[in-house]
Design a protein around this ligand. Structure first.
Ligand code: CA
Ligand code: CA
Length: 373
């Protein structure tokens, strides 16, 4: 334990950083310090190959046009805040007052299958239907919109938007996808990989004068119905993706824990996938070594430092937090991770220490965690 404690004294407090806020908020433990960079050892899941994209907005530009990296249908930012933490690079934030992005006409073709996928972090409860907030409003030759009303999804405003779904939890990233079938003349609606239901209605020739498409607001001649929240990774396909594809797109931003071990360390420590807004559970099988209890330490970096006796210290840098001690035979901690979309991608390195036994302590395997969806 002396080695672990010594490692905690190395770096300087970074008050106000998102890592500091995270561990102060969720673990209520003393924050000794943290480093600004660490080596990412947790890999993102690789999505399967999808059909070719028609449009892709990554929202990574901090000035100039809003780039469509595939279809060249670049947009114009009208006040949305840029450079905010996203899922892949940056995201844009809409203030619910007058921010929006204008896109060209003709993002979708009439009477053709299509899929629209994006990630959304709502910051405020939305208006009650028939008022609403526009997320994606793709007009021009066709009429198609994804919006929130009563804080839940609706689709196809001019097609009726008769189907209302449950409120979307605020301040955390959610995946939204709509798959339109021209054959069925209906839109299948997904939230976080779950099929919510179907909105009937044809995305066909639009009888009113063509208008531009718009993000973050309705595409009336004057923008209205402004969105409160962040948007990220908007993708459009000219075909219908499968449910498995939709789930894979969402899960590509859910991180697994990475287990490391070394030397004579018991493989006693397991942890669940850390998802923002959900509980995270750490479990240590203290009975493996006959110790009475265990604690878990959370550090800013990884290590591979062999101690006298062959045990290996697997965490290093600055100590972010401690959990415990708790009694065995299986010591268990449940931590409520905050639903804060700014914390996506934060990394920490954790290791358990068995105490109160025949030997002074036993270091476990480690779990490297990255906060994801
Ligand atoms: Ca981005
Ligand atoms: Ca504004």
């Amino acid at each position: 334990m002396k080695v672990i404690e010594a490692c905690s004294e190395r770096t300087i407090l970074a008050p106000g950083s998102r890592k500091t806020r995270l561990f102060v908020a969720i673990l209520s433990c003393a924050v000794i310090g943290l480093s600004s960079t660490d080596a990412a050892q947790v890999t993102q899941k690789t999505p399967p190959a999808f059909p070719a994209l028609a449009h892709h907005y990554g929202f990574d530009q901090v000035s100039g046009p809003v780039i469509d990296g595939v279809g060249g249908a670049h947009g114009t930012n009208m006040g949305a805040s840029r450079g905010l933490p996203g899922l892949s690079g940056f995201s844009f934030e809409f203030d619910g007052v007058n921010d929006h992005i204008d896109l060209p006409q003709g993002i979708l073709s009439p009477d053709q299958d299509c899929t629209v996928s994006l990630f959304l972090c709502l910051s405020s409860t939305s208006a009650v239907w028939p008022d609403w907030e526009g997320i994606v409003d793709l007009r021009g030759e066709v009429s198609f919109s994804i919006l929130v009303a009563n804080s839940g999804l609706r689709v196809g405003q001019d097609l009726g938007a008769t189907v209302q779904f449950a409120p979307i939890p605020l301040n955390r990233w959610h995946h939204i996808a709509v798959v339109y079938s021209a054959t069925n003349m209906a839109s299948s609606i997904f939230q976080d990989g779950v099929h919510l239901g179907v909105q009937p209605g044809r995305i066909g020739p639009f009888t009113q004068p063509a208008r531009i498409s718009r993000l973050g607001a309705g595409s009336e001649s004057q923008p209205d119905d402004f969105l409160h929240g962040r948007m990220e990774e908007l993708k459009v396909w000219d075909c219908a993706l499968s449910t498995a594809d939709i789930v894979a797109i969402r899960n590509a931003f859910q991180y697994s824990v990475l287990t490391r071990t070394g030397g004579s360390n018991p493989h006693s420590y397991t942890a669940t996938t850390p998802s923002l807004g959900d509980d995270w559970t750490a479990m240590v099988d203290v009975g493996l070594t006959g110790h009475a209890s265990a604690l878990v330490v959370v550090y800013s970096s990884r290590a591979n430092l062999t101690l006298n006796g062959g045990q290996v210290l697997l965490v290093f840098g600055s100590r972010l937090a401690s959990l415990g001690p708790k009694a065995g035979p299986v010591a268990t901690w449940t931590v409520a991770l905050p639903g804060d979309c700014s914390l996506f991608g934060v990394k920490a390195y954790t290791q358990a220490c068995h105490v109160g036994g025949v030997t002074p302590f036993a270091l476990s395997n480690s779990q490297d965690i990255t906060l994801g969806l």
